[in-house]
Write a protein that binds this ligand. Structure first.
Ligand code: ATP
Ligand code: MG
Length: 370
């Protein structure tokens, strides 16, 4: 399989962890460890995107751990498309960062025996960017567009006929003399990826034949991913060691792989040999990754809810003001995992910190018997 990448990372400034100063938590904040943030962030860090991630990516569907529903749907789609000698239907993959959207797109290309061209929507600002990309596709090729919710209006409108009829409609000239020319394209598959499916326009969303959501991974799936990655990195690890890393990885393979690399450094420098659960726990303690995979800001959000608002309900904006975090960042970056592990609940009256969160942070929940 060939991979051609014009991918660049275009961080959405709003999505990055923005912080402002705040009074109540200033003392705690000053103790905030610097390195912890990047370790548990699900978005790819700059240096990770190319080198380390490529090395650990599975290349066949059989090696892609978990996401059972997604895999079953795609297995059928691949078999049907191959039998008909047609390209796959356009596919929209959505879900939190680091769960394997790019990986799946590359696997699809390799299973179909075609080339995958990778680009990110914000890189296609001018019409000629997307035109150039579409015209260069060979029959059956996969075009992977990351962050597809950030596609420009012009690019999106050029995509409609391209997706539907494999045709480009281009307007040449201006005013009265303007003419529309149609350029035929080779049949191709568009794989769109987004962390925000709600931000897609409905005409674009409707043009995808397959819409698939990626879910957070279960502990046993993540343990398998860690074991597999350790093998690729020629690192010895016990099953319990892999589970210990998996437990702290926020249901996210990218984080699991990153934590494994840090534990591997620690083990190597301290000459500890095989990674056991004790060694993994010791190393991750050092990096301030707590046993539930919470980072400093997760703990700040939960403790603010408990201490300042008796566990809630508290509105998102109020919580944002109380923690000095951006509301959108809380909603998109932190909440999904806290909801997933049952530490937080969203209600119509606001957010509530659930008993599990109280217990984890060492508070006694009012409903708990003494
Ligand atoms: N199902 C899986 N099995 C094994 N490894 C996986 C799986 N999914 C992801 N990974 C690993 O996690 C890393 C991140 O995956 P990937 O880059 O595909 O995430 P993504 O969903 O595209 O993230 P983003 O939204 O940030 O683009 C990859 O390097 C890969 O090694
Ligand atoms: Mg990706």
């Amino acid at each position: 399989m060939a991979i051609e990448s014009s991918y660049q990372s275009f961080p959405d400034p709003k999505k990055r962890r923005m912080r402002t100063s705040r009074k109540t938590y200033e003392a705690k904040k000053s103790r905030e460890p610097e390195m912890e943030e990047s370790l548990l962030q699900a978005e790819a860090s700059f240096e990770e995107t190319d080198k380390q991630e490529e090395k650990l990516r599975p290349h066949r569907l059989a090696d892609y751990v978990g996401q059972k529903d997604l895999k079953s749907v795609l297995e059928i789609a691949i078999e049907a498309a191959k039998a008909r000698k047609e390209p796959l239907d356009h596919l929209l993959l959505y879900g939190p960062p680091g769960l394997g959207k790019t990986t799946m797109s590359l696997i699809l290309a390799s299973e179909m025996g075609v080339t995958c061209k990778i680009s990110a929507a914000p890189a296609l600002e001018r019409p000629r960017d997307i035109v150039g990309l579409l015209v260069s596709l060979q029959p059956g090729d996969i075009l992977f567009l990351d962050e597809i919710h950030r596609l420009s209006r012009v690019a999106e409108e050029l995509l409609y006929p391209a997706m539907e009829d494999f045709r480009l409609d281009i307007t040449v000239g201006k005013g009265k003399t303007a003419k529309t020319r149609s350029i035929p394209l080779k049949p191709f598959t568009l794989v769109g990826a987004t962390t925000r499916v709600g931000a897609l326009t409905s005409p674009l969303r409707d043009r995808f034949g397959l819409l698939q959501r990626l879910r957070f991974y279960e502990l046993d799936e993540l343990s398998l991913i860690v074991e597999r990655a350790a093998k690729v990195l020629s690192t010895e690890i016990t099953a319990e060691g892999a589970t210990e890393i998996a437990r702290r990885s926020r249901g996210t393979p990218r984080i699991a792989n990153r934590l494994l690399r840090r534990v591997r450094d620690y083990t190597q420098v301290k000459k500890l040999g095989t990674i056991s659960s004790e060694i993994a726990a010791e190393a991750l303690e050092l990096y301030n990754v707590d046993p539930c995979g919470l980072d400093w800001t997760d703990r700040l959000i939960l403790s603010a809810m408990i201490e300042n608002f008796s566990g809630g309900p508290v509105g998102l904006e109020t919580l944002a003001a109380a923690t000095g975090e951006d509301a959108q960042t809380i909603e998109e970056v932190y909440e999904p995992y806290l909801l997933q592990i049952g530490f937080l609940q969203r209600t119509s009256r606001g957010r509530i910190a659930l008993p599990g969160a109280w217990k984890h942070l060492g508070y006694t929940h009012p409903d708990e018997p003494y």
